[in-house]
Design a protein around this ligand. Sequence first.
Ligand code: C2E
Ligand code: MG
Ligand code: MG
Length: 724
Amino acid sequence: MAVKPPSASANPLLIQALDDAELGLVWVDAQGRLQHSNKRFAGWAGMPATLDQCFPGLHTGAWSALLSRPAGQAQSLHLGLKTADGELLSTELRFHSLGESPAADALTVLSISPLGDAQLRSAIDLLQRDVLEAVALSRPLQVVMDLLCRRVESLAPDVICTVLAVDEQGRVHPLAAPSLPASFSAALDGVPIGPKAGSCGTAAWRREPVEVADIARDPLWEDYRVLALAYGLAACWSTPILRADQRVGATFALYYREPRPVVPFHRGMVEACAQLCQVALRNDEHLRQIERLAYYDNVTGLANRRLFADRARHDLLISSRQGSPTALLLLDVDRFKTINDSLGHAVGDEVLRQLAQRLGPCLRDSDTLARLGGDEFGVILQGSTAADAMHAADKLLAALQPPLDLPGQAPLSLSASIGIANFPEDGGDLESLLKNAEIAMYEAKRAGRNCARFFLHAMNEALGERLQMEAALRQALSQGCLQLHYQPKLRLADGRTMGCEALLRWRHPEWGPVAPDRFIGVAEECGLINALDAWVLEQACAQLARWQQAGVALPEVAVNVSPLRFYQDDVAAHVGQLLQQHGLRAEQLTLEVTERLMLDDNARTRGQMQRLHEMGVRISVDDFGTGYSSLGYLKRLPVSELKLDKSFVRDLETDPDDRALATAVIGIGRALGLTVVAEGVETAAQQQVLEQVGCDMVQGWRFGHPMPAEALEEWLRQRSTQAV
Ligand code: C2E
Ligand code: MG
Ligand code: MG
C-alpha cells in the first residue's frame, strides 16, 4: 500500500487536522520532490519544490539514499530548515514510509518539528556523553575527534565539522574531517598558522575564535580562497583548543556551504564541543606521557627494557622469517657503582646521560639502543653478523674513551664491558640471547674490562660451575664448614715472629680442599664476599684474643679484605666494634688489601682507610708490584706495609730483574717509612738475597705453612729457641 497525499476529496476534517498539527508535514517522491505539504510547513518554508531547497545541509544524493531506505529503517535526523525569510531553523525530521520495499511511485511522509532549546540541550548532552565515553575508554585521539565531528554533523547537518591538530612548529594537520573531501584535507596538511591563514590558521595564531561569514570576500582567506570555494565551502568558524601548557593544540571548525553568520544553536554546540576537544586533547597528552614513562628511560631518554624487549622480539621475528642474523649487545659500564657511591646519584645520572649521547651516534637508525637498568645498556642490531657486531662494539668502546666533562668535577675517564650474543647460534629467543650476552659481558669484565667478548658455549659451562660453587660456598658459610689457617710473619733481622696472616680454608665434602684463589673470585661476583670477609675478621679477632689470654707471643694478626667490601660495607665500624668486643688494641690488627683498592681513587674507600688509620689499625698493600705502575697512592693513603708479591720472590736468586725489583720495592718502603714483607719465601737462597737487599720481614713455606691455630701454637713453642 502506497502513501498518498490527502486529496481535495478527502475528509475536510482530516485536512484541517493535518494543517493545524504542531508538526510540519511534507509528502515527497523518491527524488525528493515535494508533492504536498501541510500549512504548518508552508508557514515556515513557503512552497519549495525540492527538499534540497529547504534543507541546504544535505545534497540530492544523500536525500535519495534516505528516501529509498525500506520502511522502519529511517530514523530521525537533525537538519536546518531554511525558512522563507532566509533563516535556518533547527529541526528534527522523521521519515514515514509504508511497506517493506516501497513501489517506485510511493511517497514518503516527512514530519518536521522545530527543535526547542531543551531538545537541543539534551541532544548535545547525549553527544557529550558519547564522546566522553570514548575518551574514557582511551580510544585514539583521531577516533574520538572523528566521532565528535560525525555527531556534530548529525545534530547540525548543514555544517561540515573538522578538527585540525597544531604541532609544535605551528603547522596544522587534519585530525578528523569526515565530511571534508580527502583532497582538501590533504591540501591543509602542513599549512603554517599565521595572521592571515584562513579561519583555523588565524584562530590558532590569534588564540581566539575566528568567524568568517563569507570566504569569498574575507581577506583572512585570501591565500586559500580558491581552494575552499572549489570544494563548495563558503563560510567557516574556527575555535582554538588549548593544551595543558596553554599552547594551541588544535582547532575545532564548522564549515558552511553558503555564506552566512553563525546561528545561536551552533554557538551552544561549539561551546560544548570545544570543551570536549580540550578534554580529548589533554587526555591524549596524558596517555602519551604515560607511554613515555612506560617505554622510555627518564634519565637518558633512551628506550627502556620494555620497549627494548618489544623491538627485539619484532627484530627476531623478521630475522627468522628472512633467515637473516641479529646481534644483541649488552654493555655494562665498568665500576659505575664506585662513581655513584663517591660522586652521588645526580652525577651518576649525568654520567649515564652523557654516555647515552655518545653511544647513540655509533648506531644506525634501524638499530635499537636502550637502557636496561642501572649502568646496563642493550643494543639490537637487526641483520648484523657477528663481524658487524664486533665492529659496532669497537665503535661503542671507542666512543666512551674521551674523558667525560661533568659540571664541577675533574674530567672522568670511563670504560665499559660488552657481551655479544648472535641470533640464531647463541639463542632462539630474546631471553636466551640476553642471558648469554650477559655471560659474555662478565667474561669481558674478567678479561680486564674495556673490551667486548662473544658468547661461547664453553662460557656457559664455566658459569654452571661457578653457580655450583656459589651454592656450595653459601652452604659452607652457613654450616660452619670454613676454617682459618694462620701463617707466621717473621722479622729477618732476628727471626722473631711478629705476627701471622689469617688465610681462609674450605674443604668441600666431595671436592676436597678448594683453594681461595678459586672461590674468592666467585664470592666477589655473587656478593658473598662481604659475609665471608666479615666472618674471617670476627674469627681472627676472636683467635687473637684467645692467644692473648693464653699468653701466646703473637703480637698481631693480618686479615685479607676484598676491595669490594670496602665499597659496600662500613669496615671501619665493624673493626672498631670487634676490637672493643675482644679487648684488642688496634695495633694488633693489620688489614691486607690489594693495589686494586688503592687505585680506585674513591672518596668512600679513602674515608674508610683514614678512619682505620686514625684508630691505629695498620693497612698493608698485598701482592705489591702485580697491580699498576702508579705509586702516587702510597703518598696519599695511610699505608703501613708493603707485601712484595711471591711472583717476584720465586726467581730472586736467578733473575736479575726480580732482584732489581725487590731492591726497588724495599727502597720505596724505606723512603716512605713502610715495612716491607716478602711473601712466598721457600728457599734459603731466596732468604739470603732478601737479607742482602735489606728486606724487613718474610713469610713463606721456608718458615711455616699456613696452619690451624693449635698447630701454630706448637710451631711457636718449637721455634722459641731457634734462630732464623
Ligand atoms: P695472599 O693474601 O697473597 O696470601 C698469600 C698466599 O700465598 C696464600 O695463598 C698462602 O697460602 C700462599 N703462600 C704462603 N707461603 C707460600 C710459599 O712459600 N709459596 C707459595 N707458592 N705460596 C705461599 P692462599 O691461602 O691460597 O690464598 C690465596 C689468596 O686468596 C690470598 O693471597 C688472598 O688474596 C686470598 N685470600 C685468602 N684468604 C682470604 C680471606 O679471608 N679473604 C679474602 N678477601 N681473601 C683471601
Ligand atoms: Mg694476604
Ligand atoms: Mg699476597
